[in-house]
Ligand binder design. Structure first.
Ligand code: ADP
Ligand code: MG
Length: 604
């Protein structure tokens, strides 16, 4: 028997390794932007074609590379950022593993153009599938341009795994925003298919936040500044009134690297306790700067989780810093501001940070309020639905017979149209029938009606649009503009006529005929918020999400007084639906009470 073990050829080894670093176009965006920042660039331009599937290009004015370095940069483990093991614990650059360019070159076609200020000529290199095709001197601006073309052209299986352009664009915008937020002193721009998506002038963090997250945050940001021996916390949190029902404007950075942390998120939410509704999320952009020795840098570069050597101390610091900031800006009335005495020990006032303070803090009651379940504060996407199901089951098990919604099947049920319906507690409608009466939930009934109407429109005849007499323009954040652009045809189908109007702006030419005119801007903003609420739900198509958003936005809510005519119209629309007795989420739209069951309930 001959020996069977062989070394993998470089390009295959690289392709396999690349799978870890480059999962989608957005991964390349992150790596290339970080390289530009590491190279000291003050201007960075991102160019995208076809959601990055065709092209991801980053052009910077950083320090550039020599000809030899340019060639070397594509080798695996080639980095200028660390030299020995000690350096590993002092990392201040974004990259250090020397894997990104090698990975990108293994799964795409790369064109690099780079020049250092001190060189007369620059270097041009073309690489395909890890193989250098061409290297020659060229004229070039100072800095570096790297173009990644046809991602996964040589790994079709992975190319097929890429999501829709809209989904890949969302990832790209996310990565772009993370880097742009972390480096406000750098100019960034982004174009997609020739259209400008972002143009971010250099500025301070506050200006950058407003550029990226929207002008409503202007003058509604509270500065957080805490400096201790262990770490510095800086950044901004939104005033409580800016809290939203959807997640999205929450950003944490450790040594300028974007991270996710359910744990630290919980600490911040805790600081906002009683200031915002339980189901709302405050905006925050917070930077933690600490000695890299306190962080486990051995976490994989594409992972956004991070390990601190002392998680509890981080929790206490973050919560105290945010509370302190909110209190200082007299958002919490001073009297109400009852800072845990243990936390006061942690505050910046009590410098320097000593070992025993650390111990004291970690043993404080603060941590006992934090349960083991770090995820406990996350809203279960399905909880609404589940509760309804439970409720239904409860009703079916415990309640008297006859209190279940009765399907229309059997056709024996007939509404008594000759009587007046009665509205109870601005929430329910009493509807007499040939065999008893119905208690109709006005909101849920209307949700069913709207759903069938909008779902029909989404797949067939468009909804009627009422042209606006005075078209108004709305401007969005760049990220929302990407979303709106993507939704334009569907919005049109559902009665909203929006037209792009310059960068990140749209003109509202018309709205659905049966939606009141006058506050189009607010209506569309709310609609986007609703839509984002559903975005993590992959079960639904884009259109379905939009339809569901409109349903919850346009439905008659509990609390609305209805005229007799309106009640009749609602009940007749409900009974014209294909399904009458439940909402799309399975909640009952009405409960039937039958005469014989009522009689029995009175023991007769
Ligand atoms: P890392 O960033 O982890 O060092 P990369 O593969 O991303 O690894 O880059 C390899 C090396 O190429 C970097 O260490 C740097 O020296 C050089 N390099 C990459 N991009 C640029 C750039 N835009 N400008 C200057 N040098 C760059
Ligand atoms: Mg890098």
């Amino acid at each position: 028997m001959s020996d069977i073990i062989q070394l993998l050829p470089d390009n295959i080894a690289n392709q396999i390794a690349a799978g870890e670093v480059i999962q989608r176009p957005a991964s390349a965006v992150k790596e290339l932007l970080e390289n530009a920042v590491d190279a000291g660039a003050t201007e960075v331009r991102l160019i995208i074609q076809d959601a990055g599937k065709q092209l991801v290009q980053v052009v910077d004015n950083g320090k550039g590379m020599s000809g030899t370095d340019a060639r070397m940069s594509f080798e695996r483990h080639a980095t200028s950022k660390i030299r020995n093991i000690d350096d590993l614990f002092q990392i201040r650059t974004m990259g250090f593993r020397g894997e990104a360019l090698a990975s990108i070159a293994a799964v795409s076609q790369v064109e690099l153009r780079t020049k250092r200020a001190e060189d007369e000529l620059g270097t041009y290199i073309e690489i395909d599938n890890s193989v250098v095709k061409l290297q020659e001197p060229c004229s070039a601006n100072n800095g570096t341009s790297i173009a990644m073309k046809n991602l996964f052209f040589n790994v079709p299986a992975r190319r097929n795994f890429l999501k829709s352009n809209a989904a890949e664009m969302r990832h790209i915008v996310d990565e772009f925003m993370h880097v742009a937020l972390a480096f406000p002193q750098v100019f960034f721009s982004m174009t997609s298919n020739g259209q400008q998506v972002f143009h971010l002038e250099r500025g301070n963090l506050k200006q950058r936040i407003v550029q990226l997250l929207g002008t409503p945050y202007n003058a509604r940001l509270v500065s957080v500044q805490e400096h201790t021996d262990y770490l510095d916390i800086t950044g901004f949190v939104g005033k409580p009134e800016t809290a939203k029902k959807t997640r999205g404007d929450q950003y944490l950075f450790v040594n300028n690297r974007y991270i996710r942390s359910a744990y630290l998120h919980h600490a911040i939410m805790n600081a906002y306790q009683d200031l915002i509704p339980a189901d709302a999320y405050p905006m925050y952009v917070l930077f933690f700067d600490l000695d890299p020795a306190h962080i486990d840098i051995n976490v994989h570069p594409t992972k956004q989780e991070i390990k601190f050597d002392d998680e509890k101390i981080m929790y206490a610091f973050v919560q105290a810093a945010v509370k302190h900031a909110l209190a200082q800006y007299s958002i919490t009335p001073t009297l109400d501001f009852d800072l845990d005495p243990h936390v006061q020990q942690l505050d910046a006032i009590n410098k320097p940070f000593t070992e025993d303070k650390q111990q004291y803090a970690t043993s404080s009651s603060l941590f006992h309020t934090f349960t083991q379940k770090h995820q406990a504060h996350f809203i279960d996407k399905n909880s609404g639905l589940k509760n309804w199901k439970d409720l239904m089951q409860d009703t079916q098990q415990d309640a008297s017979p006859g209190m279940q919604p009765v399907p229309r099947a059997g056709a024996a049920l007939e509404i008594d149209w000759t009587t007046d319906f009665t509205q109870i507690r601005q929430q329910f409608i009493l509807v007499p029938t040939n065999r008893g009466f119905l208690v109709v939930n006005q909101q849920l009934a209307h949700e069913r009606v709207l759903y069938e109407r909008l779902a029909d429109a989404a797949h067939g005849k468009p909804m009627a649009t009422q042209r606006s007499l005075f078209p108004i323009s709305i401007s969005c954040t760049p990220a929302d503009a990407v979303l709106v652009n993507d939704l334009l045809p569907d919005l049109q189908q559902l009665g909203y006529a929006l037209e792009p109007f310059g960068t990140n702006s749209f003109v509202v030419q018309g709205t659905p005929a049966d939606v009141e005119q006058g506050n189009e801007k607010q209506v569309i903003e709310q609609l986007l918020e609703q839509f984002k609420h559903f975005t993590s739900n992959f079960k639904f198509s884009k259109r379905e999400k939009l339809v569901r958003s409109m349903v919850s936005q346009q439905s008659i809510k509990a609390g609305k007084i209805l005229t007799s005519k309106e009640m009749h119209a609602l009940i007749s629309s409900l009974f014209a639906c294909a399904t009458t007795n439940t909402t799309i989420d399975g909640a009952p739209t009405y409960i039937e009470f039958r005469q014989e069951q009522l009689t029995r309930m009175f023991h007769q």
